[in-house]
Design a protein around this ligand. Sequence first.
Ligand SMILES: Cc1cc2nc3c(=O)[nH]c(=O)nc-3n(C[C@H](O)[C@H](O)[C@H](O)COP(=O)(O)O)c2cc1C
Length: 242
Amino acid sequence: MNWWKLSLILALVAAAAVILAAGISTAQQPASAPAMAAASAPAKVINLPKPHMEGGMPLMEALKNRQSARAYSDKPISDQVLSDLLWAAFGINRPDGKRTAPSAMNWQEFDIYVFRPDGTYLYDAKANTLKEVVAKDLRSQTGGQRFVGTAPLNLVFVADLSRIRQGGSEEGNLAMVNADAGFISQNVYLFCASEHLATVVRAMVPKKPLGEALSLGEKQRIILAQTIGYPGSAPAATRPGG
Ligand SMILES: Cc1cc2nc3c(=O)[nH]c(=O)nc-3n(C[C@H](O)[C@H](O)[C@H](O)COP(=O)(O)O)c2cc1C
């Protein structure tokens, strides 16, 4: 065999090896492709019914009925009631985008995470939607008290500190953030009183694991949680003084 025939054979062998390698790498792709597709799959979005912005109990009567409750039935909360509740909590009530609750310097730094048996969502007040954050029932992760995992709804109020503009000291800013959370919570309390729903605001929240479960960002802070449902007949107080 002369040298050029040998070179030709070697070149053919090399080309075959390249084609084989390409075939193997192409054959590997389908295994990872579905994983990528799943990761980039669009999040589920629930369009809420338009909230009722009228009616309800007279304010003084609602104030008379406002109270914390720690016994809930498992009766679900309809999307209409949820839409009304979220609008009352921190919905948009004016054409300029301002909200039903005040916020320091109009920071509007709060996001409301919605924990239901069918998953965990982020309320978008402008679009009036729930955007799925985690496709799992994480209700029990919002607190250690007995009723938390079985009540039909928990809200978690998360402040995004990156929205703080022209703030003061860190301590001063946090005081305002905490105050802002209180207004949202009181709106929920008054809505619940008006609708004969049970509710309790909760500072006892396992913030670190819950933040991880929600994949919160560095500037996001869980401030308060609030449980909501229809009144139940379980033992009343599950917390000293409650
Ligand atoms: C900032 C704040 C944090 C609270 N945290 C909890 C809590 O983690 N768990 C709970 O059962 N109640 C909690 N509560 C509810 C209080 O215990 C309740 O408001 C108080 O006992 C008075 O009862 P009332 O709301 O029925 O008037 C909290 C209330 C506030 C204002």
